[in-house]
Design a protein around this ligand. Sequence first.
Ligand code: CUK
Ligand code: CUA
Ligand code: CA
Length: 642
Amino acid sequence: MKNNESGMEIRDPSRRKILGGAAALAGTGLTLSLTGCGAASDGKGAAATSTAAKAAGGSAGHFEVPPGKLDDYYILSSGGHSGEVRILGCPSGRTIKRIPVFNIDPMVGWGITNESKAIMGTRPDGQLKYWTGDTHHVHGSYTDGTYDGKRFWVNDKLHGRVARIRGDTFEVDRITELPNVQGHHGIFTDKRDPVDSSINHTTRVFAGAEFHIPLPNDGRDMDKPEAYGCLFSCLDAETMDVRWQCRVDGNMDLVATSYDGKYAASNQYNVEGGIHYEDMMSAEHDACVFFDVARIEAAIKAGKFITIGDSKVPVVDGRRAANADPATALTCYVPVPKNPHGVNASPDGKYFVCSGKLSPTCSVIDLSLVEKWFAGEIKNARDAVVAEPNLGLGPLHTGFDGRGNAYTTLFLDSKIVKWNVDAAIKQFKGDKNAKVVLDSIDVHYQPGHGFTSMGETKNADGKFFNSGNKFSKDRFLPVGPLHVETEQLIDISGDKMVLVHDHTAYPEPHDAIIVAADAIKTRQIYSLDEFPNAVSAQTAGIERNGNKVHVRLTSQAPAYSLREFSVKKGDIVTITLTNLDKVEDLTHGFGIPKYNINFIVNPQETKSVTFVADKPGVYWCYCTHFCHALHLEMRTRMVVEG
Ligand code: CUK
Ligand code: CUA
Ligand code: CA
């Protein structure tokens, strides 16, 4: 047995060989993004790891979900550059649903139907404005400090958007593009109203911008990086309008919110405003910036804001120079060691933990001391840091068990470390006997996000920790150069962490939340009157208006209401389809060969598509979703006359 730099046990030196190179370089802070790739491409290393993988166990058979039994939790996971969100069961790890969000998905017709295009946003010519996205963080609506299951939100880092997902159908109902923002990364809902303390549910969604850009980004200041800026945005949870933005010094990475509703926080890794990564690492300290939401909204009421470019959204000044006086400050910058990653709020409401990334530490920020800084009672914001335990190499994200313990992913060490927050505070005060690190477990490999069951609520139950690993190497059958990712579920209910199982993750999820199944109430079918364009037996048929043709169809297994319909070459055809079937899961599809039309209608749902009938001929529109013994016979014939 040996020790690494952080003083922790190394259980398997053979395994460390492949990661050792990475760990050794980590001290320079330069190699974080490179190390995983280096290790992953080391074929010998991969072989050497398999013993350790076995040693790490996977014994917890009692968490198996037997056939026919349901999971205890939903996992809502981002899908990274796939642009989607996934729903998994926990503890099984089974994938239950993929929700198209910023991507096109012919399975449901997302990005194909008129209704989904209206949500995604179109250009004047009717084409989608964007059909790519990069989702990182999913968070839910809260009531009384815990998930109410009503709604979920996810960010799009690529185009600076926020999408809202309905909790009853797990479908996207709104997408908002943030003005003057690039690299929108962190997102979090408020847990109660920051201004009206009688409102105990989510009213706002906060969004941080990671990349500096000219403000506005219209061609000005391109060679003047010092003029670039980053905006922190606040959306209205109900209307999805952007309520306000706050300009900060430095950039923003992850976002967390306080349980009292008053504060949102974002960790910053580029207080330097650097353009190249070495510039972004030049300062000894970066920061975790706290936003006093009530003060920001009061400043806007008092007219102390600007607008930027074409945007009408009020923008307040949250930069250091404008906020030097704590009594009026909108923002508080708490210095933390250089280039931190995730920030997470502890379920007792007391602490925000910034994971060190380039520093082997986590910084524990006491919210009550941040509050004291805003009240002018303490001078130095750094004094709000009450612990900085040394945990290992590459700490990225931290989850909590509700029993005072934290679980931090160590990217470079490929470990999860369990540590006690109170003990870390005692140690920081000088108690040399404080037992901070309680346990650690190898994960496979290079974990990014890690999250606990109900861990971002006051009902954190300390049952499971999910490690979202960035490299799977030898854990699954190889499928060519790119490997699927591994998520590892860990039982954290006892003193020792126990690996439950690996499940695969199609690249590449970042964050997720684990939500108790009983917090979510889904519906069985839609209701016809939710759709103003619903087709009934009376309105079904074909209607022509110049070269615009509207085909109104209903479906009822195993037939569409029209057996055939004719249009003329050049017609602009809209097909509206209402599924009259009322049985849960009795979904029909509608595909048109050669016309790129493919979508489904769930029971009692209505969708429409519009296209130009530019190819004469006979086209069998058919049901793509298996629905009935006569599913293959479920067709209608579209004749496009030349
Ligand atoms: S980030 Cu990816 S592992 Cu976008 Cu939450 Cu940390
Ligand atoms: Cu209707 Cu298959
Ligand atoms: Ca930095």
